[in-house]
Design a protein around this ligand. Structure first.
Ligand code: ASP
Ligand code: MG
Length: 462
């Protein structure tokens, strides 16, 4: 069997749901276990709905109407029962009345409200699959073993979920194709939880691992993992194969194709993950495997805009131990995640996404160090497990950018060397990524790779 996950845009309109059902139908021989996101935009809408209800700015029935208006045309266009999600809408209205009445919105209630997105989309996809001759049935993930901790908004699946899933899925009659909610679960006490934004990928991987799937397919709206962000680099291309290690670097450093946590359950069971495009089902997509033998040292280039570089300098700490501990204890205390790090004896520079509030953190760091914060910065990560065995990648990065007068303000490379990351001024980002993409993926680079491969195979033959 395979796990097949469809994202929000894939279930975002009647037309795309037709594509989805087409894909499921074409793959029936592989016994698909289907996971779906909410209709695109609905999760945001539900979060806003909960806030509106607690603020009492608009009447609850009007808020629910908006959610209904988002789904109703899809249901109608697919020719399904107009009342298909009436039960969910009524329950949502009930919850929102409660929120508005009490005037309090907890993370727990928000998760409950948000869960209706996937609960409705799974019913719609299952109903249309049924109408198309597939023996499909909608399930809520929490009825198929998805048990989590009580960290509402960003819940973690419990180890006990894996056997619970295997057991629950055994109870599904043979031949039934399950259409399951992504993103949501329940605590052992039965409270609805969510796995964090974009969490449906993670749901798919958890089921894949729990059920020992042959493959986990993530169907999205792009052709796979790209050599760079196609919005910035017009000649970016799809990468055929990447390793788990590369995929997780890419996910953390800005490629939005996969939720970063997705890789973990798949990796632990060595289940291949394939990223595919619902809007181009004939495409090959990208296959993510344990190990890959590519000839190209660099697999892809990602970037992150809107980052801060925080420089922390403390000469007082020279030869004293515990400097890094002091610094990172504070990041922990203020829940500010760090992306890149570069250090010397008395200095540490880190990058942080600008969406995090660092004001109090910086104040506290200033109690024992000189702190400067650079904004308008962007990070670029050149990712590839081949970098390890290919000398000179760092040199090529620096000379490519140096030739164009682009200053590299910070660099970071770990011992495992899957990723060489640098920081540049945001205004030079596009130019920098294009130059690096030309360097590593342009015609000259491709010709050089082919020549090396030929020379090597020649040597082998000789
Ligand atoms: N619907 C959820 C979100 O928008 C989960 C997902 O789409 O993966 O974050
Ligand atoms: Mg997603």
């Amino acid at each position: 069997m395979i796990v097949v996950k469809f994202g929000g845009t894939s279930v975002g309109s009647a037309e795309s749901i037709r594509n989805v059902v087409g894909v499921v139908k074409a793959g029936l021989v592989r016994k698909p276990f289907v996971v779906v996101s909410a209709v695109s935009g609905v999760t945001d809408m539900l979060i806003a709905a909960a806030r509106k209800a607690v603020d009492r700015k608009s009447p609850v029935p009007a808020i629910v109407k908006e959610v209904e208006v988002k789904h109703r045309p899809i249901i109608e266009a697919l020719g399904l029962d107009a009342n298909l999600v009436s039960g969910e809408l009524a329950e949502l209205e009930h919850v929102l009345f409660g929120v508005s009445l009490i005037g309090e919105l907890t993370a727990r209630t928000t998760d409950y409200v948000v869960s209706f997105g996937e609960r409705m989309s799974s019913k719609i996809v299952a109903a249309f699959a049924g109408a198309s001759g597939i023996n499909a049935r909608a399930f809520n993930a929490y009825d198929l073993g998805m048990i989590t901790d009580a960290n509402f908004g960003n819940a973690e699946v419990l180890p006990a979920a894996y056997p619970a899933i295997a057991e629950a899925v055994k109870g599904i009659p043979a031949g039934v194709i399950p259409i399951v909610t992504g993103f949501i679960g329940k605590t052992l006490e039965g409270e609805v939880t969510t796995l964090g934004r974009g969490g449906s990928d993670y749901t798919a991987a958890i089921y894949g691992a729990a059920l020992g799937a042959e493959e986990i397919q993530i169907w999205t709206d792009v052709d796979g993992v790209m050599s760079a962000d196609p919005k910035i680099i017009p000649d970016a291309r799809t990468v055929d194969v990447v390793s788990f290690e590369e995929a997780s670097e890419l996910a953390y450093f800005g490629a939005k194709v996969l939720h970063p946590k997705t890789i973990l359950p798949a990796m632990s069971r060595e289940i291949p993950v394939r990223v595919l495009n619902t809007f181009n089902p004939a495409g090959k997509g990208t296959l993510i495997l344990k190990t890959v033998n590519t000839k190209n040292a660099v697999t892809a280039i990602t970037c992150k805009k809107n980052i801060y570089v925080i420089n922390v300098n403390s000469a007082r700490m020279l030869l004293a131990y515990g400097f890094l501990h002091h610094v990172f204890k504070l990041f922990d205390e203020f829940n500010v995640p760090v992306d890149l790090i570069a250090t010397s004896e008395v200095n540490v520079s880190v990058t942080v996404e600008r969406k995090f509030d660092i004001s109090r953190l910086v104040e506290r760091l200033k109690e024992f160090a000189d702190v400067t914060v650079l904004s308008d910065r962007a990070s670029i990560s050149v990712v590839g497990s081949g970098i390890r065995s290919t000398p000179g990648v760092g040199g090529r990065i620096f000379s490519t950018l140096g030739k164009r007068g682009i200053n590299v303000e910070m660099t970071s490379q770990s011992y495992s060397v899957v990723n060489e990351s640098i920081v540049v001024r945001e205004e030079r980002l596009t130019e920098a990524v294009q130059a690096l993409h030309d360097e590593f993926f342009g015609a000259a680079a491709t010709a050089a790779i082919v020549a090396t491969a030929r020379a090597k195979s020649g040597k082998l033959r000789a």
